[in-house]
Design a protein. Structure first.
Length: 245
């Protein structure tokens, strides 16, 4: 059953996002089932489409195919707040590949912007990107987790985004007392929130090993600004202590 017909399994936050902005389109013509498409194994030889790949791709098409929704975003550039809305499209692509590590993966539309990455779903269920290296780079443990992350991004779009540059992960470590959001988190991404501060820690979407840790930080109201300011002071103090040593 399509996600818009049955929102079970999503948080109230994610369900609200899809109820408010979600819609479904149908392909203009019938689609050839995955089991009838050709694929090559790791050595490049044509083989029958593996059943785990058939199950994952057809399951994606049934549950998520044709979904569209919008995610609000905000950032600060040169001291000025910039708001935007991004469209996400859940349409199957034509590509299918073997993963040298394990399993298989296929492509889908993803975010409707000019992007340097291709969006992927793995036969294990995880969501990833390819930055041109030909490697599957995980960005979310599942499609529902990706939607949950988008719902959180939409929620904090009305908050103040903190501009902290390359050392953002150090600031994130100094912000405690936040509740984990397990439904939006996984091996490569972690969300933590409170009434006044939100943190998204993640691995960079790059095949450079090890993948660099980054973080986005948002604050809300005077309480949030104060908590972030205090954390910035601790980061600066810690950096000074390391340098003097």
């Amino acid at each position: 059953m399509h996600i818009l017909d049955d929102l079970a399994g999503l948080s109230a936050r994610a369900a609200s996002l899809l109820e408010r902005t979600g819609r479904r389109t149908h392909p203009p013509e019938p689609r050839l089932s995955t089991e009838f498409l050709g694929i090559r194994d790791r050595s490049g030889r044509p083989i029958p489409t593996p059943m785990p790949l058939v199950t994952a791709r057809e399951g994606f098409a049934q549950r998520w195919g044709g979904l569209r929704y919008q995610v609000r975003r905000s950032c600060t550039i040169g001291g000025e707040r910039r708001d935007s809305i991004r469209d996400w499209l859940y349409d199957l692509g034509q590509g299918m590949w073997s993963d040298p590590a394990r399993g298989w993966y296929f492509d889908w539309s993803g975010e409707r912007v000019s992007s340097p990455v291709r969006y992927l779903v793995h036969s294990s269920g995880s969501v990833g990107v390819d930055d041109g290296s030909g490697a599957f780079l995980e960005i979310a443990p599942s499609v529902p987790a990706l939607v949950e992350s988008h719902a959180l991004t939409d929620m904090v779009a009305t908050w103040d985004r903190v501009a902290v540059g390359k050392e953002s992960h150090l600031l994130a470590r100094q912000l405690d007392g936040l509740a984990d959001v397990p439904e939006a988190s996984g091996r490569t991404v972690r969300w933590r929130v409170s009434e006044s501060v939100a943190v998204m820690e993640f691995q960079d979407w790059s095949n450079q090993a090890p993948r660099r840790r980054r973080a986005f930080v948002w604050s809300r109201g005077e309480t949030g600004r104060r908590r972030v300011s205090e954390a910035v002071v601790r980061v600066v103090a810690g950096s000074g202590a390391r340098c003097s040593g």
